[in-house]
Design a protein around this ligand. Sequence first.
Ligand code: GLN
Length: 483
Amino acid sequence: MHQLTLAEIARGLADKKFSSEELTKVLLARIAQLDPQLNSFISLTEDLALQQAKAADARRAKGENGALLGAPIAHKDLFCTQGIRTSCGSKMLDNFKAPYDATVVAKLAAAGAVTLGKTNMDEFAMGSANESSYYGAVKNPWNLEHVPGGSSGGSAAAVAARLLPAATGTDTGGSIRQPAALTNLTGLKPTYGRVSRWGMIAYASSLDQGGPLARTAEDCAILLQGMAGFDPQDSTSIDEPVPDYSASLNGSLQGLRIGVPKEYFSAGLDSRIAELIHNSVKALEKLGAVVKEISLPNMQHAIPAYYVIAPAEASSNLSRFDGVRFGYRCEDPKNLIDLYKRSRGEGFGPEVQRRIMVGAYALSAGYYDAYYLKAQKIRRLIKNDFMAAFNEVDIILGPTTPNPAWKLGAKNSDPVAAYLEDVYTITANLAGLPGLSMPAGFVDGLPVGVQLLAPYFQEGRLLNVAHQYQQNTDWHTRTPTGF
Ligand code: GLN
């Protein structure tokens, strides 16, 4: 039963082949048995899950239907869950039980999804390896000595290991697409403003976006449908109607114009990944797509711009964690300054502290113009590059990551080496565009992802292309040995 996709679960439940309660029990037992190897969960919510599963079964018994009614999922542990620990992977929030549900959590619960637990993540979503979590590193089910990617590494490892069919993630600079690539999943970062950020603990507010991680594009469509939509509680949420994503999956790719940026194939890209990307282009050409070389001339400036903007916003967002109102508080503070200093010094891990320092520096008087303002200008140039490219093509295709999953600890001594892994993903966040990563093959037994980017609100186009690709390839069906 653990092999079923969300779409298959919906059919099985509708045909009364099994109940949500039965399925939930199977998956909870599987998590108890296998997760100790992976460390993909921070909290399990067995009681809530069984209660939600029974409620979903009762709704189905009354004739209700719905793709998510009774479907087991998990939430990245930065989505607030009422009465349940919401740690953000940090000691700072180890004792924090959210007083309310994030909009995404509430919407999915209302659609009948069953929450099995909260997944592990890089501390405050800062990272590309899931090694900065206070709760320990997550392991990649494809090779337990390798990282699963980050920051939504717990969601990715759990879904890849078939502990559950799908999970939520968030993507500030690649944290849905990159772990999806490194664990052989399909992951989608929606257009900025498509999914409510209300109740999603902020890292960099102008970049953060929630989205689905699943095995197939078909399942991403189902989960995104439950997450997307206007939310008056989020001032950057956009009041655009949500299309039927599942209905968009079967469009023909005849004449689809795919742009492949020449800058993507520079020195930093593993040549074996480049070959797999070319293979995926050929597969799409067979389905009728036409390929064109394009240029994103400012791409080389994306990493420096992102690593100024994201830490700047983080330094401001994380100032609320002061040891006074909620979260960790140091023992026996001598005075208010001592309380702030030690609560933050003891509650935040080294990567978070590094980002706060970089961000505060970039925003400080005297350096603001040189760093923050400059980075914002680059951000606009990057957006302009995409706008020009999308005048010529319908979709942009390339690698999701320059390398396959690296060994645990391999980049710990050099944070910049890890930042460079984000080169293909962060531009979509800087421009606010939707992006998707899907399985494209293997290098040394480790999965490789191909990334698709589309114009604003064209999530349906991304899902359509990915679904058609997945109807004609079988990379996404491969299962890691031992799971
Ligand atoms: N790796 C990037 C960072 O560390 C992106 C993380 C994310 O998308 N949350 O900032």
